[in-house]
Design a protein around this ligand. Structure first.
Ligand code: PAF
Length: 284
């Protein structure tokens, strides 16, 4: 295993990448951006990107400007010691953990990055500012780390689409890879927020993945009318506070109308299990 170096300073990170690229012009840097409290989902992103890159950088930064809710930011789980122990078992070259004061020297930045047609739906409705904050930090991480490749999990499907769009629009020299959703054996999609679920809530949360799997089975068996699939979603999840649950175009995220016949799409859900808001999706 390679020796992992921890870098906290933005300029040191830039200098590392600059030197690495000068000394190894044909080698590739890969970046896995995270907010820590790492789980198997993150580790699988690292394993996936490893086959495309020679130098693996993992970043941990709980980005305050992408939390639209103070309570969610304060309660966001953190365990750096455990994260470092997990990363030590993988071939990670750099753990980049910038401090908040370095990332946002002027406090909350005034810049706002948006794709109104993509953020006026799904998570964008109830999390105003979230995607702007996410795009700003991803853009900045790319500036500092200068990766050739970066990978994002498909659990945050809307995030993934937005990042791809930003890369294309700004012609950023980084290739974006995606990681499949990793689930516990009972189906629950892995999320750092899952630790906040009480045992009973965790059991209740299984309805999310089981409903998505049911929709996929129905779709595969030829029942591909959007209204029918949406009805299954709403009926199975009716006991919970729903943020959204529907079937959307995989690229534009436009919701299908009830009478639409679906050839491909993504079924996506955000639901409150107790106080914890969980998201999940399945590509049809
Ligand atoms: O998906 C996440 O963990 C975050 O949104 C990201 C991409 C690390 C940006 O803070």
């Amino acid at each position: 295993l390679r020796q992992m170096k921890i870098i906290n300073n933005i300029f040191e990170m830039q200098e590392f990448s600059r030197q690495y690229q000068c000394q190894n012009p044909h080698k590739k840097i890969g970046l896995v951006p995270t907010m820590g409290y790492l789980h198997e989902g993150h580790l699988s992103l690292m394993r996936t990107i490893q086959s495309s890159c020679d130098c693996l950088v993992v970043s941990i930064f709980v980005n305050p400007i992408q939390f639209n809710n103070r309570d969610d930011l304060e309660k966001y789980p953190r365990d750096i010691e455990h994260d470092i122990a997990l990363l030590s078992g993988l071939d990670v070259d750099i753990l980049f953990m910038p401090g908040e004061i370095d990332v946002y020297p002027k406090g909350v930045p005034e810049i706002f990055m948006d794709y109104p047609k993509l953020t006026n739906k799904l998570c964008g409705i109830t999390r105003p500012g979230h995607f702007s904050g996410m795009l700003v930090i991803v853009h900045n991480l790319f500036q500092w780390v200068k990766p050739d490749y970066a990978i994002f999990g498909l659990k945050d499907y809307q995030q993934f689409i937005l990042i791809k769009k930003m890369i294309a629009d700004l012609a950023m020299p980084v290739k974006i890879l995606s990681g499949e959703i990793i689930r516990d054996p009972d189906g629950l999609a892995l999320s750092s927020r899952n630790v906040r679920l009480a045992p009973e809530e965790r059991i209740n949360a299984l309805v999310i993945s089981s409903t998505l799997f049911k929709i996929k089975r129905e779709f595969k068996s030829g029942k591909n009318q959007a209204g029918y699939l949406k009805k299954i979603l709403h009926e199975s999840l009716h006991k919970f506070k729903l943020d959204y649950a529907s079937v959307y175009d995989t690229d534009t995220l436009v919701e299908f109308g009830d009478n639409d016949i679906i050839k491909s799409g993504v079924a996506a859900v955000a639901v409150f299990i107790g106080e914890i808001r969980l998201i999940d999706n399945l590509i049809l």
